[in-house]
Ligand binder design. Structure first.
Ligand SMILES: [Zn+2]
Length: 169
């Protein structure tokens, strides 16, 4: 927030509690400690301060603590980390792909920065549509994980090789 926004903020709080407004030097010192707090959180912080019975003893510390509480209440504001952005095409910014090539029995894996959300920094991006046009398909991480938890008997049957049944021995 700017110094002017901060002064207005303090003036509001002081008026509410019928306190004398601190002198400019004190305000400057306080402002140094809270300048990095974004102005969009100020109304919320002010509301919490008004809920308290007394004027905060250590004003900058009180503001920082409330700002932390505001961040907890608004995790999406935790700038600049935006890797949690949920995109329907990718996993945290990466297209996770595979491609079946005739010479291999299992598909090759490939990944590329997602052009839809661009949440990872990269020189080149690939869209899921382009990937599909180039013969890739999106790797289904959820169902492939399920395959690993398949019952052992189904796995054996899927291999198609007879295995001695321990119960019949
Ligand atoms: Zn994406």
């Amino acid at each position: 927030m700017t110094l002017l926004e901060f002064q207005e903020f303090v003036r509001n709080i002081c008026a509410y509690y019928e306190r004398r407004i601190p002198n400019d030097h004190t305000l400057d010192l306080w402002y140094d400690r809270v300048r990095n707090i974004p102005y969009e959180s100020v109304e919320w912080i002010k509301g919490r301060i008004f809920e308290q019975d007394t004027f905060p003893k250590n004003y900058p510390v009180a503001i920082w603590q409330l700002y932390q509480a505001w961040l907890e209440a608004h995790p999406e504001k935790r700038a600049p980390d935006r890797t949690q952005y949920s995109c329907p095409d990718c996993e945290s910014g990466w297209l996770v792909l595979e491609k079946q090539l005739p010479q291999y029995s299992i598909p090759i894996s490939h990944s590329a920065p997602c052009a839809r959300c661009k949440q990872v920094k990269a020189a080149n991006y690939m869209s899921l549509d382009d990937a599909v046009r180039n013969g890739y398909r999106r790797k289904d991480l959820v169902s492939e994980h399920t395959v690993q938890r398949q019952p052992i008997r189904e796995l054996i049957e899927s291999i198609g090789r007879p295995v001695p049944d321990p119960a019949a021995m």
